[in-house]
Design a binder for this molecule. Structure first.
Ligand code: NAD
Length: 494
């Protein structure tokens, strides 16, 4: 499975698994196809790993955790992650082409999915080296007399990392690097549609770093059973998962018999409350861009726009013009900002939800189908639905497409009530000329993250997590690092 360079720029990744330090296939030799969403062509294969392969990978991770110094030698971990950071930097363009090939995401917008996560490797290496793993809490009165206490932050053990396809390289890094730097060993299971963003990481770890055999493993597979086996394996101490809420529930249930620590980043259905005094000409074109830029395949996308009835038509017109002029097309063409959906199945899911919205009374303002000038590739028109019933499926289910639903409101209280009318709680947005007023609204939205006037809440130094059925726990920030550590409290004599 060597490199295959096609004239479009498509690049096939290394599709081998990494288990116990060896790049390898599965016993039967089975592979599965990887399709480039922009031309619908099979562009290569990845190893179709099995439940047995997963068990071998977990065993290797267990042995590496229990039998090597990895969990205790923070300087060596810093050395290995610094080496990995340099190796990833050397592979930047290769990783970018593999990402565009697998996901169909426009090359123009890959910075946050390639350069940013590579930089995160360096961040976690430094953060983990400087972290205070022993905290002295002083003298405590107890019935048995005074006791000194220390908190020892220790790695959790074997961490299973399961990732989705929408931002695969970023999430493979985000889930595994803090885990490794904290002293855990890892088994990564990348998504079926994007195996190479995981297997390439495995290849680079194996070929270009001193990370010991078994510390980092990658098992690709076309079967959901293999992720399920990882989340149920009694030798796994913790699961870190990003994906849909439905799968997150299954992962949580699979870990219950062994009371596995579980970090979940799940789906979202975020609202954008546009207050009456907002600058529509700034807020709404950005809202339209956010909906289209990753073909809507973003967990944090504020896809439900709530407009004041007094300025409803004005808002709809700005959104319509912005969506109709959005640069959609071949992801390899510089300047293109919206590529295809990742698969025909995903596109059909998006189109079906749009139809369900129209059937439940929504008004189609623009889009709603497949662009006439892009018959090949899984493209979807940027779509604007108005008069959307907040209880309808299209307002309740995650669409994961370039679709905005718009609902009018009369009072601020009503807007907040609609924003909170969801099982999710991942992110949200408030636009207003009055930042204090926007902040007061943001505080009443039940969600883990909110942007005011398009100012980003997201970054490596700030905790990111969902409330409600959008997740459990945090990535990023000090909170995100501590997720991969457990605390041992030790009482000592005065
Ligand atoms: P998915 O839940 O279908 O799959 C995610 C991963 O879980 C894949 O690797 C898949 O193979 C694996 N899997 C499938 N069944 C499993 C099982 N029974 N047990 C264990 N693992 C199993 O999600 P997807 O369609 O790949 O990704 C899209 C979803 O991810 C959206 O809902 C999106 O909102 C969410 N997401 C959330 C965040 C966040 O930070 N909250 C970020 C990105 C994506």
């Amino acid at each position: 499975m060597g490199d295959t360079t096609l004239e479009t720029g498509v690049l096939a990744g290394d599709g081998r698994m990494l288990i116990g330090g060896e790049l390898q296939g599965t016993a039967s030799g089975a592979v599965f196809d990887v399709v480039h969403p922009a031309n619908e062509q099979v562009v290569g294969q990845a190893v179709d790993g099995t439940v047995d392969d997963m068990a071998r990978a977990v065993e290797a991770a267990r042995r590496a955790f229990d039998g090597t110094d990895w969990s205790r030698d923070v300087e060596f971990r810093h050395h290995c992650l610094s080496q990995l950071h340099a190796a990833l930097e050397n592979n930047t363009e290769r990783l970018r082409r593999i990402l565009v090939t697998e996901v169909g995401c426009p090359v123009t917008v890959t910075g946050s999915q390639i350069e940013s996560p590579i930089e995160e490797v360096r961040h976690w290496a430094a953060y983990g080296r400087d972290f205070d793993y022993v905290v002295h809490t002083g003298l405590h009165d107890t019935p048995m007399g005074p006791a000194r206490r220390q908190l020892h932050y220790e790695p959790v053990g074997v961490v299973g990392a399961i990732t989705p396809w929408n931002v695969p390289f970023y999430l493979n890094i985000a889930e595994t690097m803090p885990a490794l730097m904290a002293g855990n060993t890892v088994v990564l299971k990348p998504a079926q549609l994007t195996p190479w963003s995981g297997t390439e990481l495995g290849r680079i770890v194996a070929e270009e770093t001193d990370i010991p055999a078994g510390v980092f493993n990658v098992v690709s597979s076309n079967a959901n059973d293999v992720g399920a086996a990882l989340s149920a394996d009694p030798c796994v101490d913790m699961i870190t998962f990003t994906g849909s809420t439905a799968t997150g529930r299954a992962v949580l249930a699979a870990g219950a018999p062994t009371v596995k620590k579980t970090l979940l980043e799940l789906g979202g259905k975020s609202a954008h409350v546009v207050l009456e005094d907002a600058d529509f000409t700034s807020a709404l074109p950005i809202a339209a861009m956010m909906a289209c830029v990753m073909s809507g395949q973003s967990c944090v996308l504020p896809s439900r726009i709530l407009l004041p009835r007094s300025r409803y038509d004005e808002g709809l017109e700005i959104l319509k013009v912005s969506m109709e002029n959005f640069p959609i097309g071949d992801p390899w063409t510089p300047g293109i900002m919206q590529g295809p959906q990742i698969s025909e199945q995903q596109r059909q899911k998006v189109l079906e939800l749009i139809r369900s919205g129209i059937e439940s009374g929504a008004r189609l303002i623009t889009g709603g189908g497949i662009p006439e000038n892009l018959p090949v590739g899984y493209y979807t028109e940027p779509t604007l639905l108005a008069d959307v019933d907040p209880d309808s499926r299209v307002a309740q289910e995650e669409i994961f497409g370039p679709v905005l639903t718009v609902t009018p409101y009369d009072t601020e209280d009503e807007a907040i009530e609609i924003a909170n009318n969801t099982i999710y709680g991942l992110s949200g947005e408030v636009s207003s000329a009055d930042v204090d007023r926007a902040l007061a609204v943001a505080k009443r939205i039940r969600t883990g993250n909110v942007s005011i006037n398009a100012k980003s809440h997201f970054g490596i130094n700030s905790p990111f997590g969902g409330t409600g059925q959008s997740g459990l726990g945090y990535r990023n920030g000090a909170e995100g690092y501590r997720e991969y550590l457990s605390i041992k409290t030790i009482g000592l004599p005065e």
